[in-house]
Ligand binder design. Structure first.
Ligand SMILES: [Zn+2]
Length: 146
């Protein structure tokens, strides 16, 4: 979906008129109308605000150019509802809501995450095989490469 389609869908599914949406976002109704017609796209500040108010990632607002993955546990963030929210309400698109909650990280080390996943999400694998697999995959993520 394009940004204009995403914005229109958000507004309609929230049951808001263009006027009401404009008021929530501190812009004019004309701005909303231009966004929805695809004439302009919201600036960075507006994108962040829309993201915060409606719980939709900036990535989704921009037409999903990136495939978001939690940088701590590797979970795909296809559903914006699974993305971490910081205490001020802003979405943090780096993490899932389980790895980072209330401004705190759930896991202290890569071993913690690997142990948890190997124990709980291993399918047909033995714990040892799962550990090895997760260790290899997760050590590539940004959070563990800092
Ligand atoms: Zn995660």
């Amino acid at each position: 979906m394009t940004t204009s389609e995403v914005l229109k869908r958000i507004r309609e599914s929230s049951g808001l008129t263009q006027d009401e949406m404009a008021e929530k976002l501190f812009v004019t109704r004309q701005a909303i109308s231009r966004w929805e017609n695809g004439e302009t796209i919201p600036n960075t500040e507006s994108l962040k605000l829309i993201s915060k108010v409606f719980g939709v990632s900036v990535n989704t607002l921009l037409g999903s150019p990136r495939r978001l993955v939690c940088q701590m546990c590797g979970m795909p963030l296809d559903d914006d509802g699974n993305i971490c929210r910081e205490p001020d309400g802003e979405l943090n698109e780096e993490y899932c809501k389980w790895c980072r909650s209330g401004g705190e990280f759930m896991y202290k080390s890569l071993d913690d995450v690997v142990d948890y996943l190997a124990e709980h999400v291993r399918g047909e694998f033995t714990v040892e095989q799962a550990r090895e697999f997760y260790f290899g995959e997760l050590s590539k993520l940004n959070h563990w490469n800092k």
